[in-house]
Design a protein around this ligand. Structure first.
Ligand code: GAR
Length: 200
């Protein structure tokens, strides 16, 4: 499976995926890493491990459709079979989602459907939940609404700040995302309506 990883920020999930691929725990190749942010440490991580990496700067495109068209042609050129969003902070257009229907995954720092969208960790703290976590899901045309592949719960501790809680969620993400991608790459995930059926 050829992965196209899209990341806007620090890229710790990208790093977990790189480590799993290099340890042969994840049967996939990283075809390309794309960022919308030239300063993203994710690009530096890709460079260090000698993966093809590209910044597509939104300012160079007229709008979302044009940007996403460039993204699609880049991913097609690299023969990407699975688009992996790893902290990619742009909404994808309907056009993009249709082009890669059923072949886009995302990781989100909450137990969806709770706290979708931006600042999920902050939302959870503010709400006062005792348990939150992270979710890997397929991407559909909504915001964080696609079929759920896997989730892990993380307890909220007394005195947690957004930073301390996000740190523990991040640690959970780094195990969950490569594992969930492994299930997909091994053909173990089937989608039936809203449900992902996992076979052994
Ligand atoms: C992760 O916690 C991921 O769940 C979150 O961004 C962080 C990226 O960290 N994604 C979202 O909030 C998407 N709505 P990373 O750049 O270190 O992988």
């Amino acid at each position: 499976m050829r992965l196209g990883v899209l990341a806007s920020g620090s890229g710790t999930n990208l790093q977990a995926i790189i480590d799993a691929v290099e340890a042969k725990k994840l049967p996939a190749e990283i075809a390309v890493v794309v960022s919308d942010n030239a300063q993203a440490p994710a690009l530096e991580r890709a460079r260090k491990h000698r993966y093809k990496h590209i910044c597509l700067n939104p300012r160079n495109y007229k709008g979302r459709e044009e940007y996403d068209a460039a993204l699609v042609s880049l991913l097609q050129r690299e023969r990407v079979g699975l688009v992996v969003l790893a902290g990619f902070m742009r909404l994808l257009s309907r056009y993009f989602v249709r082009e890669y229907e059923g072949r886009i995954t995302n990781i989100h720092p909450s137990l969806l459907p709770a706290f979708p969208g931006l600042n999920a960790v902050q939302q959870a703290l503010k709400y006062g939940v005792k348990i939150t976590g992270c979710t890997v899901h397929f991407v559909d045309e909504g915001v964080d609404t696609g079929p759920i592949i896997a989730q892990v719960a993380v307890a909220v501790k007394e005195g947690d700040t957004v930073e301390t809680l996000h740190q523990r969620i991040h640690s959970a993400e780094h195990k969950l995302y490569p594992w969930a991608l492994g299930l997909i790459c091994r053909g173990k995930v089937r989608v039936e309506g809203r449900r992902c059926i996992i076979s052994d």
